[in-house]
Design a binder for this molecule. Structure first.
Ligand code: AMP
Length: 544
């Protein structure tokens, strides 16, 4: 027997209409290219997004078409975010930090029909124009007429100004209703190995993810919060924050292109931001700025960090020096992206000092609506004892079933689980902790050593700015950990003193055999350590 409740397609235009109707005065603030501040409300975002649909239709965009963006976090980008899926097209956010070859590959693979581009990426678009002219029909610069760049694109690619298109368009569009499983957005993984792969979100998956992201033990995105996503809108939908804010009426502050410590500190204080979200590298930059200037964060209560493991220093320094709580989450492009969030249960609520910091290093509990498990090499489920570690598998309605262009279900195992490629423990309270990427784990004498714990300890050394632990082949043990460290500006690292700080913190056989001081470590386009490069460079270090 079926229930007798109303059915309604979950849609991205539904999120926007809710924001416009029930949070019509909630603010969306953008730092613009010119350094000015643009302010408007969710009701204006909705109205302008309808206008943008009309402009998109004039460019020949229709249902199912891919609309590419190369843009920072700003209001025009936000309008593309809502207009494209709202009309049944697909908003394809492209990471401009990727290599131009990868960007050209992605644009062609997605067959983007039109690109919406921030002025700072004009040279990039010119560089890939010749290679993308088979699919791209037009490039629209996200600016006013006076700021239009003087560039030549390949023949067949028209050049437009966003504001001019908007001025000429009507707002008479009515948001259509369609199947909630319709594709809404496309985002390619950063592809540390092989070509980037596309994850194709649906209206339903985006809506459910946004609901879960707002929950009290996740972002707690109440109407009284003001949220600044430093995480770019081109990196997995800025972790769902542009949708979450429209659902709850939280203020949305979009920082534009300047993400250095000084620019962020100024914007966070000027806009009374209460919660800000981004990767640890950004927070290290902010911390360094605050320490050198003595500035204080006046309104920020919480910093959410994710994307890579959190150094304990970050949690301690913001707590002790700024009275700001650092919260830790984990996710991936394939998970829309948020999968877990570290909010205490009753048992952890009383933790203080070092115990609280140690607990916050865990990536957290699964969001309600999705599920996780850890398995050994044979696929057998491992206990949730906080000790056993194995491959982390996930399942649920905002997790990819296949990559763009592949057969539905092809990214899953026979029971419908998606292998994250992360290796982790889960404790009896359900807190997951990543010990490694499966390809980064160090297999020493048949046992596994997790590199993240070793890196976290290394960065607690007063002279160490950044650390990477990689597996290096070893004649006796198969692989042994090799530690690479970068010194803080002006500091000199004594390798023996780095090894001494491990005493009593790890099992003896986990101790890196050697410490190498290097000038810098390679990073991916999303700011993660690029261990593939390091591994190939140092793979035979212990064999020599
Ligand atoms: P991406 O799809 O680019 O967001 O990358 C996802 C990967 O980033 C995950 O599979 C993890 O390996 C890593 N990652 C994300 N969040 C965290 C975190 N909080 N701690 C450690 N690694 C993380």
């Amino acid at each position: 027997m079926l229930g007798l409740m109303q059915t309604q397609n979950l849609s991205i235009s539904g999120i926007l209409r809710h924001g416009a109707r029930h949070h019509s005065t909630a603010e969306v603030v953008s730092r613009t290219h010119e350094g000015t501040t643009h302010r408007y409300t969710w009701s204006e975002v909705e109205r302008r997004s309808r206008r943008l649909v009309r402009a998109m239709q004039r460019l020949g965009i229709g249902e199912g078409d891919r609309v590419g963006t190369l843009a920072w976090n700003g209001y025009r980008h936000l309008e593309v975010y809502y207009a494209a899926p709202g009309m049944g097209a697909i908003c394809h956010t492209i990471n401009p930090r990727l290599h131009p070859d990868d960007i050209a590959y992605i644009v062609n693979h997605a067959a983007d029909k039109v690109l919406f581009v921030d002025l700072s990426f004009a040279p990039l678009v010119a560089a890939i124009a010749e290679r993308t002219r088979d699919c791209v029909r037009a490039v629209v610069f996200l600016c006013d007429a006076a700021s239009m760049p003087d560039i030549a694109l390949a023949p067949g690619i028209a050049l437009h100004c966003f504001d001019t298109l908007m001025d000429a368009a009507d707002e008479d569009y009515v948001w259509p209703d369609f199947d909630e499983n319709t594709a809404s957005a496309l985002c390619y993984t950063s592809g540390t190995t092989g070509r980037p792969k596309g994850v194709l979100y649906s209206h339903r998956s985006t809506y459910l993810h946004a609901y879960a992201a707002c929950m009290p033990d996740v972002l707690c995105a109440r109407a009284s919060e003001r949220i600044l996503p430093v995480v770019p809108m081109f990196h997995v939908n800025a972790w769902g924050i542009p949708y979450a804010c429209a659902l709850t009426g939280a203020g949305l502050i979009l920082p534009g292109r300047y993400l250095d410590g000084a620019s962020l500190a100024a914007l966070l204080n000027a806009e009374n931001v209460t919660l800000t979200c981004g990767v640890p590298t950004i927070w290290m930059g902010l911390l360094q700025h605050l320490r050198t200037t003595g500035e204080k964060l006046t309104s920020v209560k919480r910093i959410m960090t994710g994307g890579s493991a959190t150094p304990p220093l970050l949690i301690e320094a913001f707590r002790d020096e700024q009275n700001v709580r650092v919260e830790h989450g984990w996710g991936m492009t394939e998970l829309s992206p948020v999968g877990t969030y570290n909010s205490p249960k009753e048992a952890q609520a009383g933790l203080t000092g070092a115990d609280a910091v140690r607990h916050m290093l865990k990536q957290g509990r699964i969001l309600p609506g999705i599920d996780m498990k850890i398995v050994d090499g044979e696929g057998k489920a491992l206990p949730w004892d906080g000790v056993a570690f194995g491959d982390l598998m996930v399942k649920g309605p905002w997790i990819a079933s296949a990559y763009y262009g592949d057969a539905p279900g092809s990214a899953l195992d026979a029971d419908g689980w998606f292998a994250t490629g992360d290796v982790s423990t889960i404790d009896p309270d359900g807190f997951m902790e990543i010990t490694d990427r499966s390809k980064d784990v160090i297999k020493s004498g048949g046992e596994w050593i997790g590199s993240i714990a070793l890196e976290n300890i290394a960065v607690s050394h007063p002279d160490v700015l950044e650390a990477a632990v990689i597996a290096s082949r070893h004649p006796k043990w198969d692989e042994r950990p090799l530690l690479l460290v970068v010194a803080k500006p002006g500091a000199t690292i004594d390798p023996a003193s780095v090894l001494r700080i491990y005493e009593g913190q790890i099992a003896k056989w986990w101790l890196p055999d050697e410490v190498l001081v290097v000038d810098e470590l390679p990073h991916t386009a999303t700011g993660k350590l690029q261990k593939t490069t390091l591994r190939s460079q140092y793979k035979d270090y212990y064999m020599k």
